[in-house]
Write a protein that binds this ligand. Structure first.
Ligand code: MSP
Length: 509
């Protein structure tokens, strides 16, 4: 059977440099995409930039630049960050691209023809930083935007509306009857409550600025930026029936919790109106917080991912983000916690396992891994732990329990280190009658390392590759999960390389 998998991140606003909170979302998506490739799926992984709207137009004006003069270098900085963070996206949508503009205009016209978009007058409240419309009842206790808590503006203008109220019953019923559509459950309940308060028609055009996609045949209106933005998810597919068939509906729209509403209510209503199938899942992840506050530019508490990558390397950051934070919940970021993880889990547990193993093979067997023969009860228990670790890993990754999946791999890393202590190869090496037992232990260790490297490859692609290089194995990229389901595939009479440090210990003053 053909296995296809389509995952998206939100498209980011190029009004700012990205911080480690944005990198968090993209790292999750990348790890899932790489895991799906490992399990034999044909994957399409989409990310991009959300370039329209008044906020960006104002920012460009403040810099005496045209919107694109202002935005282009910022988008370049996104792409550079994704390159440095080893993000393996398949396409990058800029909403300012002509290919996207056409899809949005076609979509708009389709809904107009169905009678689902009509012209009226909008008077209401608008949060420019969030590009969101709000009702009086949504505002916070100070009468400000409930998301960013900044003032909202009263606006009144002729505008186009999307007849979202027509779809309220259908979307409510859909969410209620599809428990996996909005996850985690806390977000799903929030959405159900939100819809039960009543869904009004959505204003989908503006006339007070012009940096946006023009409404077809009425260019003094530009299309509301959120209406424009969510359509990016079908932009790379819709003109290509074969791709559309393969990848739509999307398997997962991965988004931060504050934008679940746009993805699980507005976007599905738009799709229903267009007669297109709904995405299979909207996954709302939590925020990276510092001292219990969301990391964001407006709060002035952002951590620059580029500086962290310069200092610690991409894989250490990726490991920290996915291991430390349970998907769906908020998680704190701190430098101390990052350094602790690097020292304890990466330099110590994983780094030492590789180093000790290759060192012993160099010293006791001239760098050659011999064929194993027979097994002791300790060997048997290691092999059975390897098998159950792979099984748990697959189940947890399939269930998007990434942190638990990684923890399970690290338990096996510790288990393998313990195996060295239990079997004491340095003692076996002193007794010629134990030569085969010694070969067995060293074989089991490199085989365990091979299995560990494959399991961590979606999370830490370059570390996995470095382990493969030190084991002198073919590059990891083409490998599939089946290659680690059985213990014992490591080549026999095989020369390995000298150990090299994977992660230096970070010395803290
Ligand atoms: N442009 C919209 C998304 C449109 S999708 C059709 C947008 N952009 S954003 O740049 O403001 O945010 C993009 C994503 O980054 C959101 O999912 C948001 O939750 C996430 N994050 C922003 N700050 C974050 C943290 N501090 N922690 C985790 N994720 C964070 O919204």
């Amino acid at each position: 059977m053909e296995k296809n998998f389509y995952i998206t991140t939100p498209i980011y606003y190029p009004s700012q440099k990205l911080h480690i909170g944005h990198a968090y979302c993209t790292t999750i998506a990348d790890t899932v995409a790489r895991y799906k490739r490992l399990t034999g799926h044909e994957v399409f992984f989409l990310t991009g930039s959300d370039e329209h709207g008044q906020k960006l137009q104002r920012a460009a004006q403040a810099h005496n630049q045209s919107p694109l003069e202002y935005i282009d270098p910022i988008v370049d900085s996104f792409k550079e960050l994704w390159r440095r963070l080893d993000i393996s996206y398949d396409d990058f949508i800029r909403t300012s691209e002509p290919r996207h503009q056409k899809v949005v205009q076609d979509f708009f016209e389709r809904l107009q023809k169905n009678g689902d978009i009509y012209k009226g007058t909008y008077s209401g409240l608008y949060c420019t930083p969030c590009e969101s419309y709000w009702l009086e009842r949504d505002l916070d206790e100070n009468g400000c935007c409930p998301d960013c808590h900044r003032p909202v503006e009263k606006v009144s203008e002729e505008a186009y509306f999307f007849r979202m109220s027509n779809y309220a019953d259908r979307i409510l019923q859909y969410i209620e009857t599809h428990p996996d559509f909005v996850v985690p459950t806390s977000r799903r309940n929030e959405m159900i409550n939100f819809i039960k308060q009543g869904l009004e028609d959505l204003c989908v055009s503006r006339t007070t600025f012009d940096w946006g996609i023009p409404v077809p045949n009425d260019p003094k209106h530009v299309i509301y930026v959120w209406f424009d933005a969510v359509i990016n998810y079908i932009t790379p597919l819709i003109g290509n029936p074969e791709r559309m068939k393969k990848f739509w509906p999307a398997d997962i729209h991965l988004v931060g919790k504050e934008i679940v509403r746009f993805h699980s209510i507005i976007w599905p209503c738009m799709l229903m109106a267009a007669g297109l199938p709904l995405p299979k899942q909207i996954y709302g992840h939590g925020w990276l917080v510092i001292d219990n506050e969301k990391m964001s530019k407006s709060k002035g508490n952002v951590v620059d991912p580029m500086l962290l990558i310069d200092e610690f390397g991409a894989d250490a950051i990726r490991y920290f983000l996915l291991r430390e934070i349970t998907l769906g919940q908020d998680g704190s970021f701190s430098r101390d916690a990052l350094i602790n993880r690097i020292n304890a889990d990466l330099a110590n547990d994983l780094g030492n396992l590789l180093h000790r193993t290759l060192n012993m093979i160099g010293k006791f067997q001239k760098g050659i891994v011999n064929a194993p023969r027979g097994e002791s009860p300790i060997d048997q228990s290691l092999k059975s732990d390897a098998r159950s670790t792979v099984e748990n890993y697959i189940n947890l990754m399939d269930a998007m329990e990434l942190s638990a999946a990684i923890k399970n791999v690290w338990q096996f890393v510790s288990r393998s280190n313990k195996y060295i202590d239990e079997t004491a190869p340095w003692k076996l090496a002193k007794d010629a009658s134990q030569a085969q037992a010694l070969s067995n232990v060293l074989y089991n260790l490199v085989e365990s390392l091979r299995i560990i490297a494959v399991m961590i490859s979606p999370l830490m692609p370059s570390t996995a590759q470095k382990i493969f290089e030190q084991l002198n194995l073919e590059p990891i990229e083409q490998l599939k999960i089946n290659s680690i389901k059985e213990f014992g595939a490591f080549p026999r009479a095989h020369a390995v390389n000298k150990p090299q440090q994977l992660f230096p210990r970070i010395v803290v003053d």
